[in-house]
Ligand binder design. Structure first.
Ligand code: AMP
Length: 280
């Protein structure tokens, strides 16, 4: 496995590779990340993974400094998976002095996560654009766990005619339903016990839908009801939105619905979603 820290060194290594799968991450890897790696490997044969905690996607009062990091452990995990290249640049390599160009996707970035974290997606699209330009992958793999991020990145790649296929893979969960996340490590044992309430809320709304409910307010209410019963859960938003535009729905139609929520358990902010795919 080649561990590469500079863009120049990566470009030399890239010249030797044909089809390449790419998994961008912020490290502190778990089975959600590794499922993307395995899928990329099965699809493409050769895989590059980036590990970069991207400062521009964190707001000023967010957890950039505290975000968990353990490069040695991550490298061991990736070595075990047979990953070909790990790209782990410094902040200065990605944002050198005088850096002043940002990539911004409009409209869909103002809703849900974008409403709660106003500069977040500008940071995400800027770094993903840069990483795709550096890595030059055939396909890049992202997790449905970050549903809005998937839509935003697909939009950017389409709008900027970037020559990479974007592949979205399902959310990997703990046995009790909690979506795997590097941030789960912030949870105290007590909070960890409460955290599966997010998925239970989503399942309750999904069940309503399966039973024929098409009023979005009723789906949101089903989620709210489950969350109300967990005193450690503080809801930031509960959403039943159009899966492409992310507008809140009145009525679910053949386009389906993205059920999503952001909830604080103690000081830890968790997100999760279930996509009910439509026929369009
Ligand atoms: P992160 O390191 O949190 O930026 O995540 C890197 C990639 O892994 C993103 O595409 C995430 O959506 C994806 N990912 C994170 N958690 C999960 C999960 N539980 N299941 C599937 N993919 C995930």
């Amino acid at each position: 496995m080649h561990v590469i820290n500079t863009i120049a060194a990566y470009r030399q290594a890239r010249a030797q590779i044909g089809t390449l799968g790419f998994v961008p991450t912020m490290g502190y890897l778990h089975d959600g990340h590794l499922s993307l790696v395995r899928h990329a490997q099965a699809d493409c044969g050769t895989v590059a993974v980036s590990i970069f905690v991207n400062p521009t996607q964190f707001g000023p009062s967010e957890d950039f400094a505290a975000y968990p990091r353990n490069l040695e452990r991550d490298l061991d995990l990736l070595r075990n998976e047979g990953v070909h290249i790990v790209f782990a640049p410094s902040s200065d390599e990605i944002y050198p002095q005088g850096f002043t160009t940002y990539v911004e996707v409009e409209n869909i970035t103002t809703r849900l996560e974008g409403a709660a974290r106003p500069t977040h997606f500008r940071g995400v699209t800027t770094v993903v654009c840069k990483l795709l330009n550096i890595i030059q992958p055939t396909r890049a793999y992202f997790g449905q766990k970050d549903a809005q991020q998937c839509i935003v990145i697909r939009t950017m790649v389409r709008d900027l005619c970037m020559p990479t296929n974007i592949v979205i893979r399902p959310t990997v969960r703990e046995p009790d339903g909690l979506a795997m996340s590097s941030r789960n490590t912030y949870l105290s044992p007590d909070e960890r016990q409460a955290a599966p309430v997010l998925y239970r809320a989503l399942l309750a709304a999904q069940q309503q839908y399966t039973q024929g409910e098409r009023q979005a307010a009723a789906l949101r209410q089903a989620m709210q009801h489950i969350l109300d019963a967990e005193p450690r859960a503080q809801v930031e938003y509960i959403s039943a939105a159009h899966p492409h535009t992310l507008h809140e729905l009145d009525q679910v139609d053949e386009a389906g619905v993205l059920l999503s929520l952001a909830v604080r358990i103690g000081t830890t902010r968790l997100i999760d979603n279930i996509l009910i795919e439509g026929k369009t």
